[in-house]
Structures are given as structure tokens and as C-alpha cells.
Design a protein. Structure first.
Length: 302
């Protein structure tokens, strides 16, 4: 029995397995300690999230290095074989490798972060998780009109950051320009109509202008772009059917739908108070019935 125990304890294979197990346990413990430390001392949610992801990924790499180091002497004569096999694996897993590279690009290049609203791989939604291989989105749109959640969770490969444009609706400039259009009949008081729309915009979205201007100035200092107007602006176009008023304004990227709803309600209510001074146009056909002309008594009938 003693010989068996001694042989088992000094067996090189068992020794390597024990060494690997101890090394992996140490890595796991260190990773968990660092995670808890981050929770205590790092208050910024995004920074804490990125740091946790990086620490976890580094833990995987360290665990792999422990295994390779322990078994390096056994693998010395298999360099050529591993080279051939590695080339085959790299070719077969090229999408996975590109996705890992995409994860590094996302985490350290500022493509997007958790909480941002993006369009990635043709899918639009809010980023709820950034994994090593995939980004998870809470999808908006599709069969739901407007920028509202449809309840579907979508996972998109990180490799798409190298293959397709990445649309970020809330990155360095967390506002969007939006517009509403209103057709007005000819004969309406167009000056008064402009005042109604402008007043409604200033009351409902005027507060966004100050914050948007600060964010835009930061963007102008960083990129070569021109200054832009962020205060509400009303413009008028006319055609053969009616006059069209267009209101352009900045809005929080998450409040486009509700803001547009409030603006339309306010403008329509104000137009109804004008008692016909301003009338909304429509494409409906209007038929006016005229009384038949009565022939004059002096007219000779042939």
C-alpha cells in the first residue's frame, strides 16, 4: 500500500495534473478578488463593466498559459505537427478569431459601450452585453413602429465591426435631429401657423438645445465638422396642393417617439383654437355643390 501511495504521489503525470489544478485555482481566486475589488472602488458603471470583462479574459489566457507551461516539455517534439494543426484550426475558426479581434476593438477603440443604441449587422437595439465573441442587443423597431423595444434579444458577432458600418445613436453626441411635417391649406394665416409650431417646439424641446450645444461643441473640437443649429427651426415649402411646414429639432435618442407625439398633440390643439384661421390640409377630394343657374326672364327660349 505504501509503495502504491508513494508511486502515485511521485508519478510525473499526477504531479502535472496537480500543478495545473493549483495554477487554475489560483487564477480563479485572483480573478474573483479583482472582481470584488472593482465593485467596491470603481463607481462608474461602464468602466467597471469593461474592467470585469478584461480581467475575465485575462484569466482565461493565464489559465491556458499555465497548462501550456506545465506540458511544454511533452510538446517539444510536436512543433511541426502543432503548426500544421494550428493553421487548419485558424482557417476553420477565422470567424471566431475575427470576433475576438472585434471584441478588443470594441472594448478599447470606443465603437460602442453597454447602454448605447446602435445598429450592428443590420440589427438596431440597445447594447446590453459585450461578450468576447458576440454583442447582445435588446432589439427595437422591426414590426414595432418607432424606436421602441419589440422584446427580442439578438446576439450579433463582434466580427461585424470590421465588415459593416456601425451606427451609434448615442455615443459622443447623445441627441438626434428629428422632424415633423404639417400640411396647411392655402388661405390659412401662414405667419401665425409658424408662430404656433415654433412656440410649441420651444416649450417642449427647447431645454434640449442647451445640452445638445455643449455636446456638439465637444464634437467640433474632436472632429473636423462644421457648427450646426441645435435650436428648433421651422421652415415652409409650398406646392400645388398645400403649404408644408417642417419643424426640425434635437431630441434625446430614447425619446423620439414620445416627443413627436407631444409635439403633434400640442400643435393640433393650438390649431383647433384658431377657429379656422389655420386649417390642416388633406389629400381628400372636396366636392362643392352649386345651385343651378336660373335663366333670366328676359332670356328668349328657342
Amino acid at each position: 500500500m505504501e509503495d502504491f501511495v508513494r508511486k502515485w504521489l511521485f508519478d510525473p503525470v499526477i504531479g502535472r495534473l496537480v500543478t495545473v489544478a493549483i495554477g487554475v485555482i489560483v487564477v480563479v481566486v485572483v480573478v474573483r478578488i479583482l472582481h470584488r475589488t472593482l465593485g467596491r472602488y470603481v463607481r462608474d458603471t461602464d468602466t467597471r463593466y469593461r474592467a470585469r470583462k478584461f480581467i475575465t479574459f485575462s484569466g482565461y489566457i493565464l489559465a491556458a498559459l499555465v497548462i501550456v507551461t506545465v506540458y511544454s516539455s511533452r510538446l517539444a517534439g510536436l512543433h511541426v505537427a502543432f503548426g500544421v494543426v494550428g493553421a487548419g484550426i485558424a482557417f476553420a475558426l477565422q470567424e471566431v478569431i475575427v470576433s475576438v479581434a472585434g471584441w478588443f476593438a470594441v472594448m478599447f477603440s470606443g465603437f460602442y459601450k453597454t447602454g448605447d443604441r446602435v445598429q450592428l449587422g443590420g440589427i438596431k437595439g440597445d447594447v446590453i452585453d459585450i461578450g468576447i465573441l458576440r454583442t447582445t442587443l435588446m432589439e427595437v423597431g422591426q414590426w414595432v413602429q418607432g424606436d421602441l423595444y419589440n422584446g427580442r434579444v439578438v446576439r450579433v458577432a463582434n466580427s461585424f465591426v470590421f465588415k459593416e458600418p456601425v451606427f451609434n445613436y448615442s455615443g459622443e453626441f447623445p441627441f438626434l435631429w428629428d422632424e415633423i411635417t404639417l400640411p396647411i391649406r392655402y388661405g390659412s394665416d401662414y405667419r401665425y401657423t409658424q408662430q404656433i409650431i415654433q412656440r410649441a417646439a420651444e416649450e417642449l424641446v427647447g431645454d434640449y438645445a442647451g445640452f445638445a450645444e455643449e455636446a456638439w461643441e465637444t464634437l467640433v473640437r474632436k472632429y473636423r465638422i462644421e457648427d450646426a443649429r441645435v435650436t428648433p427651426m421651422v421652415s415652409l415649402t409650398a406646392d400645388a396642393n398645400w403649404m408644408t411646414f417642417t419643424l426640425r429639432y434635437v431630441v434625446d435618442y430614447k425619446k423620439r417617439r414620445t416627443t413627436k407625439d407631444e409635439l403633434f398633440f400640442r400643435v393640433v390643439e393650438e390649431i383647433e383654437k384658431t377657429n379656422g384661421r389655420v386649417r390642416i390640409a388633406s389629400a381628400a377630394m372636396e366636392i362643392t355643390m352649386l345651385e343651378p343657374a336660373v335663366p333670366s326672364s328676359n332670356t328668349d327660349i328657342i
